[in-house]
Design a protein around this ligand. Structure first.
Ligand SMILES: [Zn+2]
Length: 428
């Protein structure tokens, strides 16, 4: 089976021959039956998301393993990490194995469950980290995402514990007392709108503390969804010390700003822009872009957070926080990072596939498109222009901030170990 006429990382046109789920040959004009004409599309290693909310078990009205991974495949992803804030919480070997099995049975990409750090995400008692690591799901990423592990002693213990199996603690950095009742970024706009502010320091203080803790115990720390310029400075400092700290930024924090809450095409106070952490200022967006370009922030992670209509289309203060992101991630990154000249396609592949797979310790994902590598491949046409139509999403939820916007690029095809999951932009 041959994929014809693709440009690997935007390079010269070539064909890719796939055999037994792996890349067998790369070169121009390979003989054989062609299944896909790439028509000059860019070939990237299949994207890997370190931060996806699949909502199953418990909120199948918002998303399921099946629909969430269909959404992932349409976005060019071949693997996702499923966050632990399900119902029940993924805090035992039993629940992570349940999610892992659902992935094996129904998923359109690999599903790697994230284990909760604390029992019930309550921040009081460590969950069974070792049992989750030893389970069939082989959990390596642990997070209470949605909530911060704010107790410093528990955070220290978790960091120490995961060293035994080369795990990583992914922290949702949000000091809870500083953000009690917070509704949007604390700044000029929140002042004008009269909404309770969410100060940057609430994120930055936790990141600084956790970098120090990770260094103290010699463990790996990953910082979820960095959103402020100050956070970038702290992570830059921690990395300059040689500490084992990695960080992610979401596509929406690379593109959108807090003034959309006041004035946007969909009106003021539209909860479509309500997200945790909140949209920040233009200066923060610029700092995040620069940090992703220079490697201070290692990866892009979607924080795909599906919510049903009734949870989003309500008054601002009552609305759920979060946005779907899998099906628009690559386009938003093209807009924010590639069209601005900050990243080339090799840089995008590092930050959306190679490095997230490395942080999650996924052996068969995020490998460069070389002979012998598993055929996890995303074909992407950067010259396309797509008007975002949420009704066409594979996700069960529609809470995208990009509705009606024209974004660059289009995922043409996705291959999972040689098997197409998306062809001509449509699910297979
Ligand atoms: Zn989070």
């Amino acid at each position: 089976m041959i994929i014809r006429n693709v440009r690997i990382l935007g390079g010269e046109p070539a064909d890719i021959r796939i055999e037994n789920g792996a890349i067998a040959e790369i070169g121009p004009g390979l003989p054989g039956e062609s299944v896909v004409d790439g028509a000059g599309a860019i070939a990237l290693p299949g994207l890997v998301d370190l931060h996806t909310h699949l909502r199953e078990p418990g909120r199948e009205d918002a998303e399921t393993v099946q629909t969430g991974t269909q959404s992932a495949a349409r976005g060019g992803y071949t693997a996702v990490h499923a966050m632990a804030n399900t119902s029940p919480v993924a805090d035992t070997a039993g629940v992570v194995e349940q999610v892992w099995r659902l992935g094996r049975e129904f998923a359109h990409c690999d599903v790697h469950p994230v284990g909760a750090v604390t029992v019930g995400l309550e921040g009081k008692q460590l969950a069974e980290l070792g049992a989750m690591a030893d389970s069939a799901a082989r959990v390596r990423v642990f997070s209470d995402d949605g909530k911060c592990v704010d107790d410093a002693v528990l955070m220290r213990r978790a960091l120490e514990y995961v060293k035994a199996f080369d795990g990583v603690v992914a922290q949702h950095a949000q000091e809870p007392r500083l953000t009690a009742g917070a509704q949007m970024n604390e700044g000029v706009v929140s002042g004008r709108l009269g909404l309770t502010g969410w100060p940057a320091v609430a994120e930055e203080a936790i990141i600084a503390r956790d970098c120090l803790l990770a260094a103290h115990v010699g463990s790996r720390l990953h910082v979820c969804h960095v959103s402020t310029a100050g956070s970038v400075e702290i992570i830059r400092w921690a990395k300059s010390k040689g500490w084992n700290v990695t960080a992610e930024v979401t596509p929406h924090h690379l593109l959108l700003t807090d003034d959309l809450v006041e004035e946007s095409p969909v009106g003021a106070y539209n909860p479509i822009y309500k997200v945790n952490p909140p949209l920040r200022t233009r200066a923060d967006v610029e700092a995040l872009r620069a940090a992703l370009a220079d490697g201070t922030i290692d990866i892009v992670a979607t924080d795909h957070a599906p919510h049903p209509v009734e949870d989003k289309e309500t008054e601002w203060s009552a609305a759920a926080m979060g946005m779907v992101g899998l099906e628009t991630a690559l386009s938003v990154v093209q807009e924010a990072m590639v069209e601005t000249g900050l990243l080339d396609w090799a840089g995008v592949a590092q930050r959306m596939s190679v490095v997230p797979a490395r942080i999650g310790r996924l052996g068969g994902q995020g490998q460069p498109l070389d002979v012998g590598a598993p055929a996890n491949i995303t074909l992407y046409d950067p010259s396309a222009r797509t008007k975002v139509d949420p009704s066409a999403f594979a996700s069960k939820s529609r809470n995208t901030p990009y509705e009606g916007m024209t974004l660059p690029g289009r995922v043409v095809a996705t291959f999972l170990r040689g098997r197409p999951t998306v062809l001509e932009g449509k699910l297979v």
